[in-house]
Design a protein around this ligand. Structure first.
Ligand SMILES: C[S@@+](CC[C@H](N)C(=O)[O-])C[C@H]1O[C@@H](n2cnc3c(N)ncnc32)[C@H](O)[C@@H]1O
Length: 202
């Protein structure tokens, strides 16, 4: 059991271990949250981000998805341990594909796989599941996937908040216009690298 933000999170060998730097995405998201908003987390893994958000703001409606059935099981267990199991709807889904497109969200948040698969050899010591870490197109493939589909699931004035590699900052500028999205801000990690981008659709 380890502490992530304000939550006790347990994982097993099939689950991505939440990193300390990801706690910043919780703080960034909290800046945009208002009571009772509808939130979607994509790629919830252990559930760490969603559980931490709902513990801070218990009236949110959170849906959290992951492609891994093991991750969904683990996230559910962690939500029970943190007494928030009735407040988060966990769904096994490949990004948006099992979601009802009539449902729209105020905020979509995600820490997707973004390590370049092209550099896989450099990361052979990481024990996390490969599909939680690596993405094609120098790590931008899954981010682009999310950007491409997000608009359909965003309310009229909604935000999309993503963790990414510092190598991706310029790529956001190139593709956002294609999807009618605008960058609000890119925030840095404790080492000063660009690692979190807030995007809006209005
Ligand atoms: C970097 S981990 C982040 C986990 C957790 N949100 C965190 O920050 O600790 C990425 C997560 O995305 C999930 N994932 C990968 N591809 C996915 C897809 N196509 N659809 C949904 N989830 C996916 C992985 O299973 C993994 O749990």
């Amino acid at each position: 059991m380890s502490l992530f933000y304000n939550s006790n999170i347990e994982i097993n060998e099939k689950i991505f271990e939440p990193r300390e730097e990801t706690e910043k995405i919780v703080d960034i998201t909290l800046k945009y949250l208002k009571d009772k908003m509808d939130i979607l987390e994509l790629g919830t893994g252990s559930g760490a981000i969603s559980i931490s958000l709902i513990k801070k703001m218990p009236n949110l409606n959170i849906t959290a998805t992951d492609i891994s059935v093991e991750a969904i099981k683990c996230a559910r267990k962690n939500s029970v341990k943190n007494n928030v199991n009735e407040k988060i709807d966990f769904i096994k889904s490949d990004w948006f594909n099992k979601l009802d497109s009539n449902l729209k969200y105020d905020i979509i948040v995600s820490n997707p796989p973004y390590i370049p698969i092209e550099n896989k050899k450099l990361y052979k010591d990481l024990r996390d599941p490969k599909n939680s870490l690596f993405a094609k197109d120098y790590g931008f493939f899954e981010i682009k996937n999310i950007l491409e589909q997000s608009s359909e699931f965003m309310k009229k004035k909604a935000f999309l908040i993503l963790e990414h590699s510092h190598h991706h900052t310029l790529q956001f500028d190139q593709v956002l216009r294609d999807y009618n999205l605008k960058k609000v801000i890119t925030e840095q990690d404790i080492y000063g690298y660009d690692r979190f981008t807030v995007i809006k659709n209005f």
